[in-house]
Ligand binder design. Structure first.
Ligand code: NAD
Length: 513
């Protein structure tokens, strides 16, 4: 087994991915680093610097300087930079997709898909003047006007997970920057290069140095952001235990915080559903990106009598999936790539062991799966489990791999209750042609994002992204109007301009008109 953390530090032959501070690549003073792998080959492709406190301090000081410059930019000048960033991103997104595939493992077309969903937020952010303008009420009392301003927070922190190294940071930073803040991004140490590529793009787009900073690192870097009095807010996406820690620590330190956590997303299939459509979409949503999506479907709740037929259809489709290097070979792209590390692959495998030990049937077994020519890659085959007991940890915990479980239920109510009894509330989907049942589902299910005959209902940029329960700590969702509210603070001004004739004299009471 390879340890994702390389205690030996950087080797001369392998590049070191460093921070981006003050508009340039900056090496670390810490002497600490971690290995970055190409998950398809299992080879170490780079080392990433892991910040120490002095790197954290440099990053925050530079971001504070950047903020002082950026906040003086007019709306028109800020808008021009964001438009340029959008154009550069759109023109060069293939480069970024290949970087993502090389470190994350997902297939290139899927990496392009994540960039596109991030780009949507950049496009939303280009329209920021309309979303951060205040209001004006004239003559609220005689001669008195009230108006509001939305101002940036200052330096804001973003901490992102490995599974969307471009999209998740883009859920936040286009809006934060458009609103006049400066950003310190702490990407996942497992795939840190996308953040540096995005930083270089911002520079090319004309963003002043220090407004977008990348701080590479682990818990030490995260804690540095959480404990800094300069950092005004934290936007976090990752697993639930860390999300809870971030929420509690950042709140205790007086920061604004949004902390998105893990998930266990169910697809409820009613007997009237089109089972070919359901099977296609369960496979897409269960095995796409090797199940390493927070909106992946991991449980199919089949309202009987559909389970046997549905399992047969899903099994047929799994047999046709091509699994391999996400970068493709000879111009052909596979359907699914590897998992992020061998440590994670072994964890996914252990959940299949647990399901089996708890009495489930392993219909398709991905354990021990290898790809010819990539024997050291971190591959795990698509796995289908039937009759998973709801007491099994393979049901109650997030697996985050290409493992789809089927649970047979007798009624709509039984399925709905199962979804509502879970720890998470990120996404869910219902498959039916019955509008009344779908409407009841959307009304009664305790989940933040719901698909009706749509398997992965990630809201478009002008709505907002966020789950319920242990999938989101705090009440601030990502992007949309919520995003602009999160990254600004409001001032309300009550103003009276007196002319000499209307001086009112002394009056100690509450003014009434
Ligand atoms: P993770 O929680 O391990 O790491 C997320 C970030 O936190 C990384 O930047 C990491 O360096 C940092 N971190 C890790 N341990 C830490 C610690 N002890 N203290 C401080 N910081 C720490 O998550 P991951 O494995 O990178 O990503 C997968 C998880 O993210 C899954 O649970 C998935 O469901 C979740 N996720 C959720 C959403 C959502 O929108 N709700 C979206 C994407 C991913």
């Amino acid at each position: 087994m390879t340890d994702a953390r390389d205690a030996t530090g950087a080797s001369a032959a392998i590049p070191t991915i460093c921070h981006w501070i003050g508009g340039e690549r900056r090496s670390s003073t810490s002497g600490r680093s971690a290995a970055v792998f190409n998950p398809a080959t299992g080879a170490v492709s780079a080392h990433v610097a892991l910040a120490d406190q002095s790197d954290v301090d440099d990053a925050i000081t530079s971001a504070e300087r950047g903020y002082q410059v950026w906040k003086t930019y007019s709306i028109a000048k800020r808008q021009a930079v964001i438009f340029t960033f959008r154009e550069l991103l759109n023109a060069r997104k293939r480069e970024l997709a290949e970087i993502i595939t090389a470190e994350h493992g997902k297939v290139v077309s899927d990496a392009l898909g994540e960039i596109l969903r991030g780009q949507e937020v950049v496009e939303l952010a280009t329209g920021f003047p309309n979303l951060i303008k205040g209001g004006f009420s004239e003559n609220v009392s005689t001669g008195i006007d009230v108006y509001s301003l939305k101002q940036p927070l200052g330096v804001v922190g973003i901490i992102s997970p490995f599974n969307f190294p471009a999209m998740v940071p883009m859920w936040f930073f286009p809006i934060a920057i458009a609103a006049g803040n400066s950003v310190v991004l702490k990407p996942s140490e497992k795939d840190p290069s996308a953040a540096i590529w995005l930083a270089e793009l911002w520079k090319e787009a004309g963003l002043p140095d220090g407004v977008f900073t990348v701080l590479q690192g682990d818990k030490l870097a995260v804690d540095g952001l959480l404990n800094s009095p300069v950092v005004q807010s934290i936007s976090f996406v990752g697993s639930t235990p860390i999300a809870q820690y971030i929420y509690e620590t950042a709140s205790k330190n007086g920061k604004r915080v949004q902390a998105l956590g893990g998930a266990k997303n169910h697809m409820l299939v009613l007997p009237d559903a089109d089972l070919d459509l359901v099977a296609d979409q369960a496979v897409n949503a269960g095995y796409g990106a090797a199940g390493e999506r927070c909106m992946a479907i991991s449980v199919v709740l089949a309202v009987e009598p559909v389970a046997n037929e549905l399992i047969a259809k899903v099994t047929d489709r799994i047999a046709k999936l091509r699994i391999g290097n996400g970068a493709g070979a000879d111009g052909v792209e596979p359907d699914m790539g590897p998992l992020i590390t061998d440590v994670h692959r072994d964890k996914v495998s252990s959940y299949v062991d647990i399901a089996e030990a708890d009495g489930a049937t392993i219909v398709v077994d991905g354990r021990g799966f290898t790809v010819d020519g990539h024997e050291d890659g971190f591959f795990f085959g698509p796995t289908l489990i039937d009759a998973l007991p709801t007491t099994s940890r393979a049901y109650t915990e997030e697996i985050f791999g290409p493992v789809l479980s089927v649970i047979r239920v007798k009624t709509f109510e039984e399925g709905l209750n199962l979804i509502n009894s879970g720890q998470f509330g990120n996404g869910t989907a219902v498959y039916t042609n019955d509008g009344g049942a779908a409407r009841r589902f959307q009304n009664e299910v305790e989940v933040g994002m719901i698909g009706i005959n749509v398997p992965i209902p990630v809201p478009v940029a002008y709505h907002s992204f966020g789950g319920w329960k242990d999938s989101l700590f705090g009440d601030a969702k990502a992007y949309g109007v919520h995003g602009f509210d999160f990254f600004t603070r409001e001032k309300a001004i009550t103003s009276r301009w007196l002319d000499p004739a209307t001086h009112g004299g002394i009056n100690l009471g509450f003014p009434q008109n």
